[in-house]
Design a protein around this ligand. Structure first.
Ligand SMILES: [Zn+2]
Length: 289
C-alpha cells in the first residue's frame, strides 16, 4: 500500500493490519467497515461508548461552532454535518447555522431524526441533491473512518460554496494517548492500540493523521489551511461516566481511577492533544485528483 499523502510505499506497522509512512508519518489500517451489518451486541457497546463521550463532545462541539463562526464568510448560513450520529453537533450549531446532517447508520440516524433534527440517511455525498451546496462542511470524528478519503475531499470541494470552509475534527497520531498506546503495543500489550483504532467496531478508523500530513493531503484537493488547533481529549465534565463506560467498572476502583485521571488533566496539557481540529478554505483551484 502506498501512502495517500506522499505516494511512497508504506512500511509495515505494529500489527498485521497497521502500516505507516516513514516519510510523512501518515498511518493506515486495513480494518473492515461494516456499518449496518453489526450485531445487536456491538450496537449496544457502541452506544455506551458514545454516551461516555457525550459531555466531552458537547463541550468540544461548542468550541468548533465558535471556530466556524470565526472563519465563515459573513452571512453564510448553510452547514452540513457528515456522520452526525446522535445529532449533538447539529444541536450545538443550529442557533448559528441552517443545519443538515447525514448519517449512514440507519438505527442511529433514525433515532436522531425522531428527535426532530434534520437528518438524511445514507452516505456522503450520495444523499445530496443535484447542485446542493453548503457554506460549511464538518466532519466530527468521521473522516478517519472513510476508506476513500480522497474522493470524499473532492466531493467536499464540489459541494462547498465559493470561499466555503471544511472543518475536520479527528484523532491525532501526535497525541499523548496515541503515542502511549503505540509504546504499549511495541512491548506486546495491544489493547489500548486496538481500542484507539476502534478495531472490532462496525466502523473502525482506517487513517491516523497529524496536523502536518493532514494539511498536505487536504491542500492537494483544492483547499488552503486557515486554522490548525487542538481540542482537549480529556475534560473534567463527564469524566466519571466516561471511565465507567470505558472500563465497565464500579465502586471504589471507579472513584480511584477517576481521581487519578482528574489530577492528571492539568499535567496532560503540556503534551500534544489527541484531538486536532483543522479548518480549510476552498480555493478556486480544481482538485488534483
Ligand atoms: Zn507519506
Amino acid at each position: 500500500m502506498s501512502c495517500i499523502v506522499c505516494g511512497v510505499p508504506q512500511a509495515s506497522g505494529l500489527t498485521a493490519w497497521h502500516a505507516s509512512c516513514r516519510k510523512c508519518g501518515y498511518e493506515s489500517a486495513a480494518l473492515q467497515v461494516v456499518i449496518n451489518e453489526q450485531s445487536a451486541g456491538s450496537l449496544i457497546d457502541e452506544d455506551e461508548r458514545e454516551l461516555g463521550l457525550k459531555a466531552l463532545r458537547q463541550e468540544n462541539f461548542r468550541d468548533i461552532v465558535g471556530i466556524a463562526r470565526r472563519y465563515v464568510r459573513p452571512g453564510a448560513k448553510r452547514l452540513l454535518d457528515v456522520g452526525c450520529a446522535h445529532g449533538w453537533f447539529l444541536e450545538a450549531a443550529r442557533g448559528d447555522f441552517d443545519v443538515l446532517g447525514i448519517e449512514p447508520d440507519v438505527v442511529v440516524g433514525g433515532r436522531t431524526a425522531a428527535r426532530g433534527l434534520p437528518v438524511r440517511a445514507g452516505f456522503f455525498p450520495d444523499v445530496l441533491q443535484d447542485g446542493e451546496t453548503f457554506d460549511v462542511i464538518v466532519f466530527n470524528d468521521v473522516i478517519e473512518h472513510i476508506p476513500d478519503i480522497r474522493a470524499a475531499l473532492d466531493a467536499c470541494h464540489e459541494r462547498l460554496s465559493e470561499d466555503g470552509i471544511l472543518i475536520l475534527n479527528l484523532p491525532s497520531s501526535a497525541g499523548f494517548f496515541y503515542r502511549l498506546a503505540k509504546l504499549f503495543a511495541r512491548v506486546g500489550w495491544n489493547g489500548p492500540f486496538d481500542r484507539l483504532w476502534q478495531k472490532g467496531l462496525p466502523s473502525p478508523h482506517v487513517h491516523y493523521f497529524d496536523p502536518d500530513n493532514l494539511d498536505r493531503l487536504v491542500a492537494r484537493h483544492g483547499f488552503a489551511c486557515v486554522h490548525s488547533g487542538e481540542l482537549p481529549s480529556l475534560r473534567a465534565n463527564g469524566l466519571l461516566e466516561r471511565i465507567r463506560y470505558a472500563g465497565n467498572i464500579s465502586g471504589p476502583s471507579l472513584y480511584l481511577q477517576y481521581s487519578a485521571v482528574l489530577c492528571a488533566i492539568p499535567l496532560l496539557r503540556v503534551f500534544p492533544s489527541d484531538i486536532i481540529v483543522s479548518v480549510f478554505r476552498k480555493t478556486s483551484a480544481a482538485p488534483a485528483s
